[in-house]
Design a protein around this ligand. Structure first.
Ligand code: NAD
Length: 365
């Protein structure tokens, strides 16, 4: 089969981890007889430096006409600061909004072979297998007003947390669909004791649950979840949360998997995704981490989150289940053979660099 893929490496460690995902993807193409047509585009700080825009038109066009988008990360100190006119993050936020990629799925697994890289007790990591579903195109990240201004009593800033019934309904339905194919438990996260948008969220989620009688729905306040997800992580199956809560919880959950560098994600415009190859929508696949400027250029970044994101693309956008499983099994094999990048090697043993980790996984396909 033939697929066109937009590749947006971005900034910092983005290009380093994307190269390894592409390396593994090419081996999948050869072994399974698929043609992956890769077209590279600029995004983020590197795009600002070259074009003045965080998402040049060529990159935007590339994204909308591709069968899938593989994205690294953007940002860095060079483009930080309150007075910067264009921010690197504007590029990825525009892609998400334009393509309506409202459903961000972040699988979190406790890998037995690297349990020692997590500060959590190994017995708590047994059977950890959850999906965190983050709403990606609403809430504090996008709602207006969003601005800063001067007053006689100093500077003020505002972000708005707004959700419509329709936005809540579509993400919660994705949560029920995912849970109905798994352990049939959906945990809905909110702060309904304080926030009006959360009270609406809880109300809509409860109403929709009538359509999914086989799935148990539980509600939890975000502050309590941030404790329970560490105390009793194996309880959770699918967790659905608004944009900001989902962002923070999934970074916290990365501790269960040993490192931020381990976690993949898929950003979809609906679930189940449309895998009719004549009408494929451009979904986006990215590791959950950022551009990690503190380690960029050193060749030590963990590429596994990005490689697993590419596997999610094979499964969800292209319907290539065997190929996706092959990548995931290869990752598990390399980890159980003892190979580590430095972020998942607390005592610095068996450490390989980014490229070598990519080579090892590619060799096991
Ligand atoms: P970060 O995720 O980049 O890094 C947090 C910590 O995790 C750092 O210590 C980093 O070294 C480590 N880390 C992250 N990925 C790793 C990997 N693959 N291997 C090994 N270690 C890894 O978050 P941050 O430091 O808060 O943000 C840095 C920049 O990234 C900022 O400019 C931020 O805006 C941007 N960012 C971008 C995205 C995105 O593009 N989707 C997401 C989050 C942050």
């Amino acid at each position: 089969m033939e697929f066109s893929i937009a590749v947006l490496p971005g900034d910092g460690i983005g290009p380093e981890v994307i190269s390894e995902a592409v390396k593994v993807l090419k081996v999948i193409g050869t072994r399974f007889g698929h043609e992956f047509n890769l077209q590279y585009g600029l995004i983020g700080g590197s795009a600002i430096d070259e074009t003045g825009s965080a998402l040049p038109d060529e990159s935007a066009n590339l994204c909308s006409k591709s069968d899938g988008i593989l994205y690294g990360a953007v940002g860095g100190p060079k483009w930080d600061g309150p007075d910067i006119p264009v921010r690197p993050e504007d590029g990825i936020l525009t892609v998400r909004k334009t393509l309506d990629l409202f459903a961000n799925i972040r699988p979190v697994k406790g890998y037995r072979s690297i349990a020692d890289s997590s500060p959590i007790k190994p017995e708590l990591l047994e059977n950890v297998d959850m999906l965190i579903l983050r709403e990606l195109t609403g809430g504090l990240y996008f709602s207006k007003p969003k601005k800063r201004w001067e007053t006689s009593r100093g500077r003020r800033g505002v972000d708005t947390l707004r959700y419509s019934e329709e936005e809540i309904e579509r993400i919660v339905r994705v949560g029920f669909e995912l849970a109905s194919r798994r352990k049939k438990l959906l945990t809905s996260v909110d702060k309904a004791n304080v926030l009006e948008s959360s009270r609406l969220w809880r109300e809509v989620a409860t109403e929709i649950s009538d359509d999914y009688p086989d799935v148990e729905l539980e509600h939890i306040y975000v502050d309590n979840l941030s404790v329970q997800i560490i105390r009793n992580p194996s309880h959770y199956d699918v967790i659905v949360a608004e944009n900001t809560f989902g962002d923070i919880i999934s970074d916290e959950a990365a501790v269960l998997a040993g490192s931020l560098g381990m976690l993949p994600s898929a950003s979809l415009s609906g679930y189940p995704p449309d895998i009719d190859t004549n009408n494929m929508s451009s979904n986006l696949y990215e590791p959950i981490h950022g551009s990690a400027p503190d380690i960029a250029g050193q060749g030590i970044a963990n590429p596994i989150g990005t490689i697993l994101s590419m596997a999610m693309m094979l499964r969800l956008s292209f319907g290539l289940e065997d190929e996706a499983s092959n990548v995931e099994i290869s990752v598990e094999q390399v980890l159980s053979e003892g190979y580590r990048t430095s972020d998942i090697s607390p005592n610095n043993s068996n450490v390989v660099n980014t490229q070598k980790m990519g080579d090892l996984i590619a060799m096991r396909i």
